[in-house]
Ligand binder design. Structure first.
Ligand SMILES: *Cc1c(COP(=O)(O)O)cnc(C)c1O
Length: 251
């Protein structure tokens, strides 16, 4: 039965949270168009300035992240052509996700420094990713800006920069991941990203504890996975902090 219902909506995310898989957006939008389906892209990791060249019908953004940028407000945005927004507006307003004036003010103010923050955070993230790649206790690093990323060429074609999330796998278990996160001085243990300060999520918080084998394979999250969100601190400070935390977690 199900396979007789035509596809109406294609939903994707790129880079994905947390292991930064890259969706082939040209391929997806072409096939969706041919099927007459709408395309939705969660563009939060990529930022507002990326992927605008593709005929995506609906962009989703968490404003909590790079838009606000200071980790002090929550919000979201739907970006689409006017007729689509008009069709959604009534439901969205009725359901209630309306920003209060102070939250709207903070997000607007955050947007003024969006490019400065994003540029700097991306540059530092790449430095951090390169540092982690060389450490013997790190099994694998996921960041689309790394040449070792399996979809680096695709990311380079689609994006002008690669985001400030660096995910990696410690060659160890949950306890070492916890010890690592707690030993960090510059990284707050927190579920968000895109803040001025750097943040860390060890596997226990990413779900590495609860997933079964199939979920682990699909999500690529396991007991050694750690997600970093890189902030505006000095790159050298972050790198030496990561080095001392690795020493403490896995001597
Ligand atoms: C954080 C995040 C969301 C959810 O946004 P909130 O503002 O935290 O509710 C959705 N998609 C991605 C990719 C995110 O990183």
């Amino acid at each position: 039965m199900l396979d007789q219902v035509p596809t109406q909506l294609v939903v994707c995310e790129s880079p994905t949270n947390p292991v930064t898989k890259i969706a082939d957006i040209e391929h997806l939008t072409e096939h969706a168009r041919r099927a007459g389906a709408l395309t939705v892209l969660d563009n939060t990791f990529a930022g507002f300035h990326n992927h605008g060249q593709y005929p995506i019908d609906v962009f989703l953004h968490s404003l909590t992240k790079y838009a606000s940028g200071h980790g002090d407000v929550m919000g979201g945005a739907i970006i689409a052509a006017k007729p689509l927004i008009a069709a959604m507006r009534k439901d969205v307003v009725t359901i209630g996700p309306t920003l209060d004036p102070h939250a709207a003010f903070l997000i607007q103010r955050g947007m003024r420094t969006y490019f400065l923050r994003y540029d700097r955070q991306c540059a530092t993230a790449l430095q951090v990713a390169r540092f982690l790649e060389k450490d013997r206790r790190v099994r694998r690093v996921f960041h689309p800006g790394l040449e070792s990323h399996p979809q680096h060429a695709l990311a380079r074609r689609q994006m002008s920069d690669f985001g400030a999330v660096v995910t990696f796998e410690l060659g160890a278990g949950l306890a070492e991941g916890d010890r690592f996160a707690e030993a960090l001085r510059y990284f707050a243990i927190c579920a968000s990203l895109g803040s001025t300060e750097s943040l860390v999520m060890p596997a226990r918080l990413l779900g590495g504890n609860e997933f079964d084998e199939a979920q682990r394979t699909m999500s690529m999250i396991n007991q050694g996975t750690v997600r970093l969100s890189i902030g505006l601190e000095e790159p050298e400070d972050l790198i030496s902090d990561l080095a001392q935390a690795l020493d403490q977690a896995i001597p």
